[in-house]
Design a protein around this ligand. Sequence first.
Ligand SMILES: Nc1ncnc2c1ncn2[C@@H]1O[C@H](COP(=O)(O)OP(=O)(O)OP(=O)(O)O)[C@@H](O)[C@H]1O
Length: 272
Amino acid sequence: MVDQIETSNDVTVTLPRIQDRVPTVVVDEAHVIYRIHKGAGGGTSPVAALKRIVSRTSAPQVREVHAVKGVTFTAYQGEAIGLIGSNGSGKSTLLRAIAGLLPVDRGAIYTQGQPSLLGVNAALMNDLPGERNVVLGCLAMGMSPADVERLTPEIIEFSGINQRGDFASLPMRTYSSGMAARLKFSIAAAKKHDVLLIDEALATGDKGFRKRSEQRVRELREGAGTVFLVSHQLSSVRDTCERTIWLESGVLQMDGPTDEVIKAYEAYVNGK
Ligand SMILES: Nc1ncnc2c1ncn2[C@@H]1O[C@H](COP(=O)(O)OP(=O)(O)OP(=O)(O)O)[C@@H](O)[C@H]1O
């Protein structure tokens, strides 16, 4: 049983009916708190503690930043969900917690399979050429060597890094930050993910790359995965996601159809 949904840019997406929907991410009253150790003695390591004993200085102060405050929602297969909110509202923190890179302090996050976080900070090796990074990245995602060999030219083509000469054979350190981000997106998007988490990656490309990557996000979603997209580029969210979650100061403000949530967010931003 399926439902046809029209998105704002006239793309028709086919989604399973509510009763057939398979949850992929369940976030249940999740709290994430950063603890920053500051003050004399530097840190909590045994060496730092010993130094404090010898120098008779007090234990470092701990400052807490409560970045995500009791957020609850469920994401389903086939959904692309935008995450929006002001600077410092907790979007990247929530994404990192879903990826399992940050522990939740209270509450819980359950995911189906291993979510893949694609951020502009994803680690590639700066001294290796782009094409070697493609091979390493694909192998690290669990692709077979034969698939890697077949897909490498496609990934380089998709990224557009060779548009102004043969950059694929040059070390990554010679790339602009936009080129590096495009290559990272292209590597991650080459594989079908159960849950793909994208942090601002689409915003770094030029218009042509943005269109290609938005199309790829739609394909990934239609291939039954769930895609989360953190972006300040509201047009990207509008074109890619039919559902959007709005966070403000770590609190979930709204969760619903993208058009409604963006409208409320814009009214909030303009009224600030
Ligand atoms: N590693 C960290 N250590 C301590 N505090 C952090 C750390 N990373 C983020 N924070 C704090 O957590 C809060 C949420 O930050 P986060 O990066 O998740 O927000 P964001 O919505 O993604 O912001 P932006 O839109 O600016 O990227 C902010 O107050 C930030 O200062």
